[in-house]
Design a binder for this molecule. Sequence first.
Ligand code: AGP
Length: 604
Amino acid sequence: MCGIIGFTGKKEAQDILLDGLASLEYRGYDSAGISYFKDTGKISIRKTVGKVKDLRAICDDENNSTCGIGHTRWATHGGVTNSNAHPHKVGKVSLIHNGIIENYHELAEEYDLSSSLISETDTEVAAALFNKLYDGSPVDAIRKAARLFHGSFAFCIMFKDHPGTIYAIRNVSPMVASYCEDGSFIASDLTAFINYSRRYFIVPEYHILTMKEDGITLEDLEGNQIQPEYLEVDWDVAAAQKDGYPHFMLKEIHEQPDAFTRTITPRIVNQLPDFTEDGLPDELFADCTDITVVACGTAMHAGMVGKTLMQGMLKIPVTVSVASEFRYEQPVISRTSLVIVVSQSGETIDTLEALRLAKKYTTKTLSIVNVKGSSIARESNYVLYTHAGPEIAVASTKAYTVQMASFYLLCCKLGLSLNKITEHEAKTFIKNLQNVPNTISQVLTQESEMQRLTNRMINAQNTFFIGRSLDYTLSMEGALKLKEISYIHAEAYAAGELKHGTIALISDGVPVIALATQKHVYSKVISNIREVKARGAYVILLSKDENITDKSVCDVHIRLPESPDAFSVFNSVVILQLIAYYTAVGKGFNPDQPRNLAKSVTVE
Ligand code: AGP
């Protein structure tokens, strides 16, 4: 998704903007640009298709501007071209935008804006509209325009007659801001200015933000001033750096033991699950009759693992919905339904809109979110924060693991609340959960073996991930990881379902990554593996067995640490993450910035 940053203060703006854009690269983009006030009061723009380094190369202006805005564009409307790159300038207005203005064609018609447009973007239409409505008062122009837009937006706007001042307004698309001794900052997310300020506030929707060198003011569309509600970031700058790792993704894979510990420890009191500190009341769990999980991508896969675990322990219906589908289904939700919404970023628009729909049916909406103060966290009735720290790589790893951990904690709590498990069983469950960081650490010692193994994957065209029960749900995440960073087609399949058609795709050398950690279906999975092996598949088997050398079962056996079946998922997923990572690197790709992808999908 697009990245935005704005600065006005006592320091030169150019490097602050460019460095800020560099820290937003993980969001995914295809062009970049900055716009800044020259000391003559003129507004200059530099923008280009390509990366921030390409933008830096054309920022040759010796101007010592101290006020500007910057943007990395993830193309939605219009191709990847210089003219479609942001910032856009029309008349006296220069702006950048993250979001989608759904009625931009109608606005261009209604306000006769087309003659001033040179790009294919909705953003330029917005700039032309602000310019059209501008009569000397930026706030008035913004107030009028904001009421006309349909869709999501986060605008940073500069008006030629107001040097040194940046205006902003948002709806749905994320934006945070901060005033500190160096001046005023605004951005899509905190990583863009974390080097200058650890205090920040979420810009409230439909509030006009005016930022100057000496401060920031906020007012609603009726002109009422409000005070920003500042938050303090709970991780240090190093957390948003690679710390010597070649990629953020590998660093974040290795951070999983600590992330896991940080997430579960505050929720365990006397060896039992306890959400008092999170403000989750016991009545949230007590009369729960069914559970609906809603999320996207990896977060949805964490929900699939949670479903299998919770349905098995709680014996109540648990369904998992893809957020973009849930929004248009007739959800079967009652006031005793618990709806769990999962999102690392807390800004995924499909998931946010699904939450808003669920809230029409029940007040039992609980979000599992990694970013403090994010939209989904703020709009759900209850929130359970994961403490993974900032996840920079587009491919989610540690966030997935701590999302699963959160489901395990919730499942144990629900088991007690619904009298499905005894206190002793709960304490044993928690003890096993507390041992997970140790077994993950054991798996991480196999990293070099994974690097060797993936040489066999690099030239694959198609790959299958198979398993049953929890292993099947985990296979979904393994397939997505491989697909999204190595661009190899990968499909997760219920091992027992393959022979109903898909096994036709198994031929000599097709890699099949099989998981067999669940005792109650182990022999069935081994039979399924023999079926694909017999048809020429190259089988990589993950199991807790000592050492399988029978070549009619697998070509490579990866031994997982001994751990109860329900907890093996935490070990298996690390292997799958490492296989995906080293396959992508082996193919010469940058796993942190996979093509076409964005870290947080804030457009529908
Ligand atoms: C996972 O590796 C991807 N980055 C993607 O599937 C992601 O999980 C999905 O877009 C949901 O994002 P969220 O957790 O921030 O809502």
